[in-house]
Design a protein around this ligand. Structure first.
Ligand code: THU
Length: 139
């Protein structure tokens, strides 16, 4: 898995270079390792109507789903920050949708320092399929 993390980090760093962030100048990249072992990356894409902005993490995850996959094995997030960059609350909920409680989230700095946390550490008491629908996912 550690080799995968290096590859994931590289994909996230490359995606960060594509970020469209003229309003915040805050460039973010993310990369997801999927159930099939593929990597899907994404960057933040802002909009003049600020609320329409999509974060890098959700961009990467939605690409994975659009490609026909629904399992996140690991996710890396990076920004142009000296400190490690944690995902926002909205992205935590979307990460949780396609992860297990112990799925690793690697939060990285510009230099590549990283901090690992699990999905359940980042989002305890997650609203789950079971609570809303009364059953587990069927597909
Ligand atoms: N952003 C992300 O892409 N991911 C995060 O987890 C935090 C925030 C983006 C959204 C916006 O384009 C910019 O960073 C500043 O919030």
């Amino acid at each position: 898995m550690s080799d995968n993390i290096e590859e994931l980090l590289k994909a996230a760093q490359e995606a960060k270079e594509k970020a469209y962030a003229p309003y915040s100048n805050f460039f973010v990249g993310a990369a997801v390792l999927s159930g099939s072992g593929k990597i899907y990356s994404g960057c933040n894409v802002e909009n003049i109507s600020y609320g329409l902005t999509i974060c890098a993490e959700r961009n990467a995850i939605f690409k994975m789903v659009a490609a026909g996959e629904q399992v996140i094995e690991a996710i890396v997030v990076t920004g142009n920050t000296e400190e490690i960059l944690p995902p926002c609350g909205a992205c935590r909920q979307v990460i949780a949708e396609f992860s297990r409680p112990d799925t690793p989230v690697y939060m990285c700095s510009k230099k590549g320092d990283r901090q690992k946390a699990t999905v359940s550490q980042l989002l305890p008491y997650t609203l789950s399929f079971h609570e809303v629908l009364g059953h587990e996912r069927r597909y």
